[in-house]
Design a protein around this ligand. Structure first.
Ligand code: HEC
Ligand code: HEC
Length: 431
């Protein structure tokens, strides 16, 4: 089955991808760094680099999106940028006719309207011709924003009562969209259904994606991983932090490089990676991956994924810092800090002086050890902002911070009391 998928995908990758210059998304708060950051934010939110060739032409994502009701889409983690909602839809949703609001939320035509207006975060619709009179997509691609952006929800009065919906202002603050069930969305595509992949994809669950599935990095293992937060990179990288849960990418321009790998290998955009014709020099690797990964072939030397745009994206990623902590008990946090560096032994892997990260990989932290390409272990994540990024661990196997602390308590036989665990949790929330 996997072979068949791989072959089909290779065929799709050989086709010449069309490149659409994408419309902008909202203005930026500042134009620091000569506009590099705002240009990068635009790429992050709106650029597909031709991946509609894969998500649309190969998988058929547009046929799912053309027919999904807004309420079903938001249940799958889809989010809407309130500033781009067309006026007539906004009028219904903010009006007093409750039945009309219910009807709008059940109508796939509203989803199509929202996508065409660019209001659905991380999704880019493509249309047959400019003259097309309806909003039916002929193709659809995805952007980084799908998994790595959240919105502030807005509460709407519906017949069912006041309901918070993920329709709001995009928060480009690095917090991942833990509700995005990208595997389930893809499980509905004609490609997944025809190739018997739907059950696997639907099994990933929200906030996880197997970046080694549906592409040539396939390691033959079903290994969905959590969307990590995207923040504090300059500080983390200054202390040797390597990117990816496996911690493979490091060194100068590693962020631009991982972005190129995501666009080219994982999203099937139109470019090449890790070859002489790649836009960015391959990054330094913290360890050598399988030969097949090293051998990844160039698929299109004349790719549209260019160095200047990857560096803009990198500048944007480098500009994000974790939000200031709030909502913790300062006295307990101080006790927790002492435990963190003492009895609980957390500092041996998460030293404060090195942004809470350290070199090395560990395969014995989660209850089920990682397999496939992750069998070598998981890198030590930084912990700043960790109060905002539940669930935890590379496989999202700890729902809350108390669950994390319990895991380490059992693993290390630490003998922490309930009060000590509580103090550690307050300390983590204060980072
Ligand atoms: C379908 C959801 C999804 C989309 C879309 C997506 N990512 Fe990710 N991202 C992930 C997952 C899952 C991981 C963890 C992968 C792993 O290492 O197992 C990740 C990891 C990362 C990391 C590593 C962070 C760290 O601290 O190690 C960076 C950087 C990143 N993504 C940037 C991007 C960029 C840039 C884009 C757009 C080109 C993008 N992502 C698109 C899901 C997504
Ligand atoms: C042996 C090294 C080691 C020790 C000791 C250690 N950690 Fe970790 N920590 C890790 C690694 C590796 C991960 C990632 C594991 C995974 O995702 O499978 C991690 C993950 C975490 C996470 C989840 C981060 C996220 O973004 O999902 C938290 C929170 C955390 N550790 C806190 C602690 C606390 C609190 C202690 C002390 C009780 C501790 N760690 C002790 C290595 C360690």
């Amino acid at each position: 089955m996997k072979d068949m998928v791989r072959k089909r995908i290779r065929r799709a990758a050989l086709g010449l991808a069309t490149f659409a210059l994408l419309a902008g998304c909202g203005s930026s708060g500042g134009t620091d760094n000569n506009g590099q950051i705002s240009a990068g934010r635009e790429i992050f939110m709106a650029e597909t680099f031709g991946n509609e060739k894969f998500f649309g032409d190969t998988l058929g994502l547009h046929t799912v999106l053309n027919n999904v009701a807004p309420k079903d889409a938001v249940a799958l983690g889809v989010q809407v940028d309130i500033s781009k909602v067309p006026a007539e839809v906004a009028a219904v949703m903010t009006g007093s006719d409750l039945a009309a609001k219910d009807a709008a939320l059940a109508d796939p035509a509203i989803t199509r309207k929202l996508i065409k207006a660019g209001a659905v975060i991380g999704v880019k619709g493509f249309y047959g011709s400019a003259a097309a009179t309806d909003d039916t997509m002929t193709n659809a691609g995805i952007t980084c924003g799908l998994c790595h952006v959240t919105v502030k929800p807005t509460t709407f009065r519906l017949t069912a009562g006041d309901t918070a919906l993920p329709i709001g202002e995009p928060q480009l603050n690095g917090v991942p969209n833990a509700r995005m069930d990208a595997g389930k969305v893809l499980s509905f595509t004609p490609f997944a259904q025809q190739n018997g992949l739907s059950a696997t994809l639907a099994g990933w669950g929200p906030g996880r994606f197997d970046i080694r599935a549906l592409n040539e990095l396939d390691d033959g293992v079903d290994n969905p991983t959590a969307f990590p937060p995207l923040w504090n990179f300059p500080e983390l990288q200054a202390h040797g932090y390597a990117l990816g849960w496996d911690g493979m990418f490091k060194g100068e321009n590693a962020l631009a490089s991982i972005a190129e790998a995501v666009y080219d290998l994982i999203m099937h955009g139109n470019g090449s990676f890790a070859t002489a014709s790649g836009a960015i020099n391959p990054p330094a690797l913290a360890f050598a991956p399988r030969q097949a990964v090293l051998d990844r072939l160039q698929d299109n030397p004349a790719g549209v994924i260019t160095r200047d745009r990857l560096l803009q994206l990198q500048a944007f990623l480098q500009s994000i810092t974790s939000p200031a902590p709030s909502g913790f008990d300062a006295a307990k946090a101080a006790q927790g800090a002492a435990l963190f560096g003492g009895k609980a032994g957390c500092s041996s892997c998460h030293p404060q002086a090195t942004a809470f990260t350290s070199a090395g990989r560990h395969a014995d932290i989660t209850a089920v050890p990682p397999t496939g390409d992750l069998a070598g272990g998981i890198k030590v994540p930084g912990l700043k902002g960790v109060g905002l990024t539940a669930p935890y661990f590379h496989d999202n196997s700890a729902a809350t911070l108390p669950d994390v602390v319990n895991r380490f308590d059992v693993r290390g036989n630490l003998g922490l009391s309930a009060a000590e665990k509580d103090a550690l949790v307050e300390y983590l929330k204060s980072l």
